[in-house]
Design a protein around this ligand. Structure first.
Ligand code: PLP
Length: 414
């Protein structure tokens, strides 16, 4: 889907990757619009009840990408004023936007209320009072949900696990009931929903089901206190295949079935989902050029022009991403580290990795780079950020220009 080798040459849809790399230069992120659309439709069709897909913009916040989903009816899960700005610019309907995050400032809260988003997902009672104050100053009622931390182990990498008691996210399950009672007393708050998100790259659907059942039970208890919900937001987290030998995520159909089963007593409540990685992860590659080869004692290095500033997942989480030359069948396989130009030992894309060798000047594709790739990139070592390209059938378009030297010093003074 989207990416395939034809006669040993990599294509994105109908476009040869080499043509884009030569035209746009490297490093470059290349996305398949068709893949994004197919993933969205798959997710959408898996649910049989009333639902809203609010794309987690943090996974890939390029305007064209967000707009691709907006055209399919998507909403957005946002975590900052900047992401809300992007979502609105990309034509997402405000009524389909949910705002997560533990540290929303009053300025961000004001921007969200003024733009009439669906709801603010609150992560503490301090935040509840801040939202009430801001709404009061605007003479409005703010629609809110609490993000409940259900203390369920998502069995994923600790850095992307969010639903355990020890994590900073959400209101502890045991305190959520009282938090809603407090919210009910406030004049400028409208209780709209309940939310949870237990982690990312989930490869087992049981924790999602367990968390859903806990949250459904909380909703039942609150109903007895006269608190009704218009939306239940189950967050994101559905995993994807990075490593074909190891990763076996549940199908979206199983995921949807379990969530629907857990909330079957709340059929009239809008089900909100916040998928990120599932929609875009396998829909992007990062293409990088081999600069040099090097051997230190008995270790081979392929040195490329993309560093951890361009794609940090391998360095940050030890994440696996498949790497292949964009032209295969030319060289012997070697075992090597694929490393970048950054002055850090952690600057690698792969370690002790078996790959078909490539000559200096050849291109490599790093697969599954569509989520948390470009959005996590930085200017570390004063490196300009990569370009982003979207392929659509036989055509491609630069959807973000490569940064230049002037971009690097924008806003700075001597
Ligand atoms: C609140 C929230 N919702 C949704 C997501 C998206 O998760 P994923 O990309 O795993 O679907 C995240 C990711 O961190 C998140 O924090």
């Amino acid at each position: 889907m989207g990416f395939q080798y034809i006669d040993n040459e990599l294509y994105v849809e109908n476009v040869k990757v080499e043509d884009i790399a030569k035209d746009v230069k490297t490093p470059v992120y290349i996305y398949s619009k068709q893949h994004f659309e197919e993933q969205f439709k798959k997710f959408d069709e898996a649910f049989s009840r009333k639902h809203c897909i609010s794309f987690a913009v943090k996974a890939n916040s390029n305007l064209s990408v967000i707009n691709t989903f907006a055209k399919l009816g998507s909403g957005a899960d946002i975590v900052s004023k900047g992401e809300l700005f992007r979502a609105l610019k990309a034509n997402i309907e405000p009524s389909k936007i949910v705002f997560s995050g533990v540290a929303k400032t009053k300025d961000e809260i004001k921007y969200a209320i003024e733009n009439e988003i669906m709801m603010l997902n609150l992560e503490s009672t301090d935040e509840l009072y801040a939202v009430n104050d801001v709404a009061k100053s605007l003479n409005k009622k703010a629609r809110i949900a609490f993000r409940v931390n259900p203390d369920v182990d998502p069995k994923t990498h600790p850095y992307i696990s969010t639903g355990l008691k020890k994590n900073k996210f959400g209101i502890p399950y045991e305190e959520a009931f009282d938090a809603y009672l407090k919210a009910k007393e406030l004049d400028n708050i409208e209780i709209y929903g309940v939310q949870f998100h237990i982690g990312s790259q989930l490869l087992d659907s049981t924790p999602i089901y367990d968390a859903s059942v806990k949250v459904a039970n909380l909703m039942k208890e609150l109903l007895l206190k006269g608190i009704e919900f218009k939306a239940v937001d189950v967050g994101g987290g559905l995993g994807i295949v990075y490593d074909k030998q190891k990763d076996n995520p549940p199908s979206v159909e199983i995921y949807a079935k379990q969530v629907e089963e857990a909330f079957k007593d709340f059929e009239d409540v809008l089900l909100v989902c916040e998928p990120g990685r599932f929609l875009v992860g396998n829909g992007g590659i990062m293409v990088t050029k081999v600069v040099y080869h090097k051997k230190n004692v008995n270790k081979n290095f392929i040195i490329v022009d993309a560093g951890m500033n361009d794609l940090i997942r391998p360095s940050l989480y030890g994440a696996f991403q498949e790497i292949q030359p964009i032209k295969r069948g030319q060289n012997e396989k070697i075992v090597c580290d694929v490393v970048g130009p950054i002055c850090e030992t952690s600057d690698f894309l792969a370690r002790d990795y078996e790959i078909e060798d490539a000559q200096n000047g050849d291109y490599l594709a790093v697969f599954s780079s569509g989520a948390y790739g470009f959005t996590m990139s930085s200017n570390y070592n004063s490196r300009a950020k990569a370009a982003e390209v979207m392929v659509d059938g036989n055509d491609y378009k630069i959807i973000r220009q490569r940064e230049n030297l002037e971009d690097l010093i924008k806003g700075e003074t001597l």
